[in-house]
Design a protein around this ligand. Sequence first.
Ligand code: NOJ
Ligand code: CA
Length: 687
Amino acid sequence: MKFFVLTFVFCAWFTHATTISVTSPDKRIVFSLTDENTLAQYTIDYKKERLVRHSKLGFTFEKAYPWYRDFEVTEVSRKSIDQTWEQPWGAKRFVRDHHNELVVRFTNTQQKDIQFDVRVRVFNDGVGFRYEYNGTDALNITRELTEFWFADSHKANAYWIPGQMRERYEYLYRSTPMQQVEGVVHTPFTVVYENGTHVAVHEAALLDFAGMSLEKAQLGRFNANLAPRSDGLAVVKQGAWTSPWRTYTIGDSAPDLANSYLTLNLNEPNALGDDLSWIEPGKYIGIWWCMHIDVCTWGSGEKHGATTERSLAYMDFAAKYGFDGVLIEGWNEGWDGDWIANSELFDFTQPYPDFDIKKVAQYGLDKGVRLIGHHETSGGITNYETQWNNAFPYYEALGVRQIKTGYVAHGQNLKRKDEKGIMRYEFTDSQHVVNHMTRNIQKAAKHKISINKHEAVKQTGLHRTYPNWIATESARGQEYNAGWSTPNPPEHEPMLIFTRMLAGPMDYTPGIFDFDFVRTGGGTEEDGLHKYRRPHSTLAKQLAQYVVFYSPIQMAADIPENYLEKPEAFQFILDVPTDWEDSIVLQGDVADFAVTARKEKQHRQFSGKDWYLAGVTDENERTVTVSLDFLDKGQRYEAQIYRDAKETDWGENPYAIVIENKTVLATDALTIRMAESGGFAVRFKAL
Ligand code: NOJ
Ligand code: CA
């Protein structure tokens, strides 16, 4: 590890503007801080061209002097780091953290005790900077003044979803010229320039703060917009604090963005101690899709999904086919009636009478399969939190190691009782809810439980610090293809890979094998609507999702009988691991296509020798040629290929699939055609 520190103190006679720069180790990125016109500002240059124009820094506070005008640079320190750290699970086992750091102190020219630091880290693949306050004042933040002012915005396209809206992060991404971005948009916010420069703005280590969105100020210029709390403030702080990192991932292609580990590198190391053996990546099935396609229900009654009988059958299926867990939703009291509106009724220790949870959990354990717990809160933050002291030990005693949580509530409607017992209504990414999410993870860790959060605050790399934050949904997942909504369009997969998934693992729930369900309200054979309200995907594309989407936990989301109908294709799901030694996004364009290779990590039944490769395309058919030079040199592999057939058509004939084997070496290449909204998946089995 290289490490050195240099500190300069600027003298008071300093009157003209000071500009201080720090470059990436490869010198391609230059980040500069300046106090020109007494305003704290930054710029970013990439490959000798301006990428981010003079963008202001600062905050306004409820009752304190704003960090805005009349600031000058008074102190600078630098440091360089080059270290490699190991992930307990991940898309890649060893991550290199190579960056140059600059810390600049801005001091008010009139009142010298008003100061803040900006810490910058510049990597070869981007930049992170954050604010640090070392004082003792109580600072109630009303606005963050950070600007993101893209140069040449008329030459860029942007990929975005709206922020702070009714459906949280569950929107279809829009692709527009950057100048046509509207209103408040979430991060990751992905930008592609005509000259091939790719940029994604996001944040890292969102702790005790409000989630940041970007708000359009003028063409190409965005302001940080912090999700407001119910009291109208953005963030309430007492004494010293640091903001989350504001980040720009920068590269020359869409794969460059997806191959970046900048967000993780900006988070603190594992805080959960040395023994992480209780955190279990793996594959699972669930009593889940049957609710979404309306074959069964979460609530009690004749169609109740979580019955003892069905649960035991799912345990049998999981054991027979080597799945690690069975998720069971709708197991507890609170689902009857309008569950989205009845958050206060959820009881996290009271199973429905027709669900013998002890029997089911033990039956699974005896066969090597764990029950995966479910805590749907429908946004009842306090109702949930006040039950934790019972709810976590309850599941822990049953051998549960993973809980899926849910926060289905619209817009600013997460319910929190304040100190006086008055109900307050919060956004998903407001400071209170951000803190709830962190507490939830910390509390779960005490019970050796990992959390898979749905409708949660966006990911900001905190799974490095808390590796039991095993996955997150927080985007439109497969559930939208179940007939109860407009399905995800063919471009959704290659869109998510280069937008939402830049933030971290997504529990997308891949692997739908039957598209011909007829759901109440989802259209009928007669009106033809059922053909529209189903996955806009080929079967091969469903398999590809297990590789192109990274998550340490992957669901085989369909109901078991549908897998038994297509045993040859099912084999890929049985083979594919979820924990990787290495991953490389090889090819791709945002919203068009992606091709990814991953090497399995040696663990449990996985030898660590096999590689996997998969691709997905949007509404366009596409043929890709992939050099296999990622494979281990000299090793022969049996390539087990699952691809679209000539006649495959996602609307008329989605199930047609070619499964074929070839012997290959690293010196070979594969040329594979993907049908419209199709894909392919390959297992390279070491011979
Ligand atoms: C939304 C989640 O994304 C979904 O997976 C879950 O089944 C429902 N909420 C009910 O909790
Ligand atoms: Ca959801």
